[in-house]
Design a protein around this ligand. Structure first.
Ligand code: SAH
Length: 232
């Protein structure tokens, strides 16, 4: 069965967005994965199908109502039983390549995009949701974040990326950042390609790439380097 993506959003027209292009877009057309949109507005109340209200205790912004978020969640779960549910929020656990790989290996994911100040806390008290963050900065809505999660997972699915190998020795898959790449022309503004790469000696190329990966990781991401060093 194809990998299922379900997105709960106030902006259905934002999808498939980037995911309708390039590799993910082709795979969507081919049925390698499916996309179901649950429109939050459909669960809104009153004449304007409103989904938010002012924050209890005062303050700026609006809060997504728990009853409405829960109704949309329940509908998504009913249509896609067994899928994990992620809610995009800056207070969530930062997304990692490891988690993305687990998602890609599973049946799919339901992603809840919120807006405004976020969702009434009682939604989280009463529903099983994994809160996920893209990083320590604030976006205006979860839609872009949801597309990031789906893009990262989809490219690991069989039938999405052209050359399956290119997913294997990338940044993070071995706990290191990737080595530098080169292609023609042989000379660019006085800079040539490192000789080893044109030597045809595969063992030497591998050793050089490993060394560069380690050097770059050590310099740029001491946090990753510490973890890598401790690996058996
Ligand atoms: N008041 C909130 C920010 C709301 S931003 C706070 O201070 O935490 C509006 C929405 O954008 C969020 O509900 C979330 O869905 C999305 N969003 C913003 N930043 C994000 C991030 N770093 N990672 C994932 N989603 C994010």
């Amino acid at each position: 069965m194809s990998w299922q993506a379900c997105v709960i959003t106030l902006l259905p027209e934002a999808f498939p967005g980037m995911l309708g292009h390039a590799l993910a877009g082709r795979a969507l057309d081919e049925g390698v994965w499916s996309l179901d949109i649950v429109a939050l507005r459909d669960f809104g109340t009153g004449k304007h199908q409103s989904v938010d209200d002012t924050p209890s205790g005062g303050g700026a912004g609006m809060v997504l109502r728990a009853d409405i978020a829960a109704a949309a969640y329940d509908a998504a779960i009913a249509a896609h039983p067994g899928l994990p549910v992620m809610s995009m929020t800056p207070r969530g656990k930062p997304l990692t390549q490891k988690r993305v790989q687990e998602l890609a290996d599973g049946p799919g994911v339901i992603v809840f995009c919120s807006r405004f100040e976020g969702i009434d806390e009682r939604f989280y008290d009463t529903r099983e949701v994994e809160e996920v963050s893209l990083g320590d900065y604030v976006l205006s809505g979860g839609e872009v974040a949801a597309q990031v999660v789906l893009d990262a997972a989809l490219r690991l699915r069989p039938g999405v990326m052209g050359d399956a190998r290119s997913g294997e020795d990338e940044s993070f898959s071995a706990g290191l950042l990737e080595y530098p790449h080169y292609t023609r022309p042989a000379e660019f503004e006085g800079h040539s390609i490192p000789e080893i790469l044109t030597s045809g000696d595969h063992a030497k190329v591998e050793a050089w790439r490993q060394e560069m990966s380690e050097q770059i990781t050590r310099e740029r991401r001491p946090d990753l380097w510490e973890i890598y060093k401790k690996k058996p």
